[in-house]
Every structure is written in C-alpha cells, then in structure tokens.
Write a protein that binds this ligand. Structure first.
Ligand code: NAP
Length: 245
C-alpha cells in the first residue's frame, strides 16, 4: 500500500489518533500536512517524527475560511492534494437536561461543520485532478448513541450521513469518501474518563481490550490507498466488535 508521491492533509494531526495517522501515511511515502488547533508544540513534534516531507498548519476547522486557506496552503506547499483525513474532534459531555447550548454548538461546529468545511475545500482541487481520497473519523457513538454525549453522537452520526452523501456526489470523478468509526481508543480524549467508566466500557468490548491509535491509522491507510479503489461510502467500525450485530 505505497503512498509514494501522494500528498495528505490530516486535521487534528498533532496528537492522538491523528498523529498515528500522520505517522502511518508518512511511513508509506506520503507527504503530510499536520493540522492543529492550538498545540503548536505537539504539531511540531509530530512533523519532526514523520521523516517524510511534512508541514504543520494551524487552522480551526470550525472556521470555513481557515479551512479554504489551509487547503490552498497544502497545495502551494506540496503541489496537489490527494488524501484528506478529517480527524479533528472534541467532546463536551453532559446529560441532555444539563448541556449548555454553547457546549452543544462547539461540538457540532468542530466535529460536523469542521468536517464539512474541509470536505468542501478539498473536493474542488480533487475534482479537477479526477482523483481523491476523503476519510473521516466518525465514532461508534454516532451509530449507537451514548448517555451524556447527545452533542457528540449527533455530530458523529452527521459525519456518517455526510460521508455517504458526498460519496454519491463525487464518485464519478474518482474520488472515494469513506469513514472509520473507532470504539474506545487510548488517547488524551479518553484519558479524562474515570477508571470505573473505562472498566464499564471494557466489559462491552467482545475482544476484551481497548484500542490503540494505530488500529485506526491502519484502517485509514487502507482507505487512502489505491488498493481500496472500489470501496466507497462505507463507515468501517474499528471497535473490537462493540457494534457487531
Ligand atoms: P485528541 O487526542 O483529543 O486529539 C484531538 C486533535 O484534534 C488534536 O490534534 C487537536 O489539536 C485537534 N483539534 C481539536 N479541535 C480542533 C479544531 N477546532 N481545529 C483543528 N484541530 C482541532 O483526540 P483523539 O482521541 O485522537 O480523537 C481524534 C478523532 O477520533 C476525533 O474526531 C474523535 O472524535 C475521534 N474518536 C476518538 C475516539 C477515542 O476513543 N479516542 C473514539 C471514536 C472517535 P491541538 O493539539 O492543537 O489541540
């Protein structure tokens, strides 16, 4: 699954799952633009670790103009863009009765609209080249729901719907649009959960273990590769069997 000569943009590539995706794409030969929101130090560390041609780009994916500018910067740096990975995401958990409108909106703006902004910015140059791979990180929570995550579940279910819609719109230009739905993966995002919550999650995983960021990165690599050319509009769970039914 060589990505030699391909150029990729990974949103939220500075840490966690995004960082593992950057490393995997670079390992297979891709040039990688590492997007981040505010953590410049983490982004620079990721860029240094990549070895391939790499660049860090600060942009808030909730800002449509910033996403347009980011895609332009990737193309002016690398010459073209073949792979977009929409990974940037946040949580602001609370029960439906208690959640503030600001926390609801923040998660929708980053996870759902952020994915849309980057999709829209990337498809025009990809359509011109008649080739592209768009992979978005959804979540099992978008499939199953989760108490205390009404905003996050809505954002991730929306990412799955957008993936299937865009896949139908741009398939004739040889652009595939897919998603992966991680279960519980060990990153900063999940480190804040209490041991009892983690223990409860572990009991619900048929494989009996928590996932690693690399498990997600390996699936993204496949979807980004030429080998996945006939795979379009899927949402692939990477969850140890949580959603098998
Ligand atoms: P993480 O460790 O918290 O890292 C989040 C990344 O997103 C960071 O690189 C952060 O940049 C970036 N980011 C956040 N808001 C942004 C914004 N507005 N604009 C640009 N970048 C932004 O999270 P993670 O666990 O790796 O999660 C990555 C993705 O996988 C998310 O979409 C998440 O919803 C999804 N996911 C995670 C799990 C899990 O169990 N961990 C499960 C299912 C799905 P800075 O470094 O600058 O802050």
């Amino acid at each position: 699954m060589s990505l030699q000569g391909k150029n990729a943009l990974v949103t939220g590539g500075s840490r966690g799952i995004g960082r593992a995706i950057c490393l995997e794409l670079a390992r297979q030969g891709a040039n990688v633009a590492v997007n981040y929101a505010g953590n410049a130090k983490a982004a620079e560390e990721t860029v240094k670790a990549l070895g391939a041609q790499a660049v860090a780009i600060q942009a808030d994916v909730a800002d449509a103009a910033a996403c347009e500018a980011m895609v332009k910067e990737v193309i002016s740096t690398f010459g073209s863009l073949q792979i977009l990975v929409n990974n940037a995401g946040i949580t602001r958990d609370n029960l439906a009765l208690s959640i503030s409108e600001a926390d609801f909106d923040a998660v929708i703006d980053t996870n759902l609209k952020g994915t849309f902004h980057c999709m829209r910015a990337a498809i025009r140059p990809m359509m011109k080249k008649r080739r592209g791979r768009i992979i978005s990180i959804s979540s099992v929570v978008g499939l199953m729901g989760n108490a205390g995550q009404i905003n996050y579940a809505a954002s991730k279910a929306g990412v799955i719907g957008m993936t299937k819609s865009l896949a139908r719109e741009v398939a004739s230009r040889h652009i595939t649009v897919n998603a992966v739905a991680p279960g519980f993966i060990k990153t900063d995002m999940t480190a804040v959960l209490s041991d009892s919550v983690k223990e409860g999650i572990l009991h619900g995983i048929p494989l009996g273990e928590l996932g690693e960021a690399e498990d997600v990165a390996n699936a993204v690599l496949y979807l980004a590769s030429d080998e996945a050319s006939f795979l379009n509009g899927v949402n692939l769970p990477i969850d140890g069997g949580v959603t098998c039914y």
